[in-house]
Structure formats: structure tokens, C-alpha cells
Unconditional design. Structure first.
Length: 250
């Protein structure tokens, strides 16, 4: 069997693990996914546009004459959105970690959710600030907009597995990003297959509800619910399985 075939087979096994873990913990994962429903509407308050079920900051739409109140509202929306997002990501990872190691949630796990939420918040807010700073610089010097998108993609990839490092290995900000980069290097084929899987799920969700929107005006809200309550939680479970694959005993 070729290495490509082995990678596909290995990813298939991880996909089955993810589906099994998701089904076993559906109630808990769904409950912990509710903050996504708060985070994404909050992010829609920002100057942005929505594409492929993701929210992107549109630097050109930010007014230069923002009032103090406008600025405070934007900053509050950013902070609260990232807090809720961090909590949901941390909680889902703790649930999957507990299930994979044959343990139930304990008081220590609850404490881990709290500490992981704080660490993830600092990671995500830092990544967000770096991306915004680069885009502002690009806007100021009239660089090609594609550079901002490419830079945002690179930063997003660097922190892709940071939640798993924070929860599973209880790493801090710098070490979590380092572990994320290391995993991407070692499991690069799995990462590519994960990104393909994520793209397919998000594209199908977007396409279906865009088509449905021709008949039902509120279909975009259903798309947001499906994305928040089912697609993103499942993708996070799959990421955790990929991260755990580096431990042979698990």
C-alpha cells in the first residue's frame, strides 16, 4: 500500500473515531456548542462580510471618525465573541478528551474548561490582533488585498491545533502554538484531509441554504444554527482525534 493510501486509511479511522465520539457525547457537545450561537451573531456586529459560513473583517468598512461609544461597542463585541468561542472550543475538547481516555467529566475537568478558556482567549485575541494589524498596514499602503487574506490564513493555520495543546497537554500560549505547528508538520497529510473535509461540510451547508433562501428568507439563520451546533463541534472533535493520534496508546 502506498503512503497516500495509508494516510487515507489512517484518516478514515480517525474520522470514524470522531463520529463515534461525537455521537457518544452528543448531548454534552451540543450543550457546550450553544456559545457558538452567541459568538457568531456578536461577530456580525463588526464591520465585516460573511462568505462560506465564516466572518471576515472588512478593514475598508471601518470608519475613521468612530465615536467613543462606537469603538467601545466594537471592542466589546470582539471580546465577548472570542470569550464565548473560546469557552465552546475548550469545553468540547475536554469532553472528547474525557471520553477518549475512558473517564467521565470530573470537577478537575470543569476547572480545566475554565483555565483552557482563558488560555484560548489570549491565543485567539492575539491572533485576531495580529491579523487586524497586518490588514490595517496593508490598507494603509494599498497592498494587494490577497496578501491580507493569505496572512490571515497562515495565522489561522498556526493556531489550528492550539486548543488541543491547551486542553490535552495543558500548555500555555507560546507552547500551545509551538505544539500546533509541530503537529501540522508531523501530520501534514491529516491536516490537508481535515481542511478538505471542513471545506466540503461548510460549502455544502452554505450552498444548500443559499438555494433554500430563494424560497425561505430566514434560511441563512438556519445555516448559522447548523454550522454552530453541528458542523463546527464535529470538526473540533475531528481535530482532537487527529491530535490524539500522536499518542500510540490512545
Amino acid at each position: 500500500m502506498t503512503s497516500e493510501g495509508k494516510n487515507m486509511g489512517g484518516f478514515g479511522v480517525l474520522l470514524n473515531h470522531a463520529i463515534d465520539a461525537y455521537q457518544r457525547n452528543l448531548k454534552l457537545i451540543s450543550a457546550f456548542s450553544i456559545p457558538f450561537l452567541i459568538a457568531f451573531p456578536l461577530s456580525l456586529l463588526l464591520p465585516n462580510f460573511v462568505a462560506l459560513s465564516a466572518t471576515f473583517l472588512r478593514i475598508g468598512s471601518i470608519k475613521t471618525d468612530l465615536s467613543t461609544l462606537d469603538s467601545m461597542l466594537i471592542i466589546a463585541a470582539i471580546v465577548f465573541a472570542i470569550v464565548f468561542f473560546s469557552f465552546a472550543i475548550a469545553a468540547i475538547n475536554v469532553v472528547v478528551k474525557s471520553q477518549r481516555t475512558l473517564n467521565r467529566l470530573t470537577s478537575r475537568d470543569i476547572g480545566l474548561i475554565e483555565s483552557s478558556t482563558l488560555n484560548l482567549f489570549f491565543i485567539y485575541i492575539t491572533a485576531f490582533a495580529v491579523i487586524v494589524a497586518f490588514n490595517l498596514l496593508a490598507f494603509e499602503y494599498a497592498w494587494n488585498p490577497a496578501l491580507g487574506m493569505l496572512f490571515g490564513l497562515v495565522v489561522s493555520l498556526l493556531v489550528l491545533f492550539a486548543p488541543q495543546a491547551v486542553v490535552i497537554e495543558e500548555q500555555g500560549l507560546s507552547h500551545a502554538i509551538s505544539r500546533s505547528i509541530t503537529l501540522i508538520e508531523k501530520k501534514f497529510s491529516y491536516v490537508i484531509l481535515f481542511l478538505i473535509t471542513a471545506a466540503i461540510l461548510l460549502l455544502v451547508n452554505t450552498w444548500f441554504f443559499l438555494e433554500l433562501g430563494k424560497a425561505l428568507w430566514f434560511s441563512r439563520f438556519i445555516a448559522l444554527i447548523i454550522q454552530s451546533m453541528f458542523i463546527l463541534p464535529f470538526l473540533e472533535v475531528l481535530k482532537t482525534q487527529i491530535y490524539l493520534s500522536k499518542y500510540a496508546l490512545l
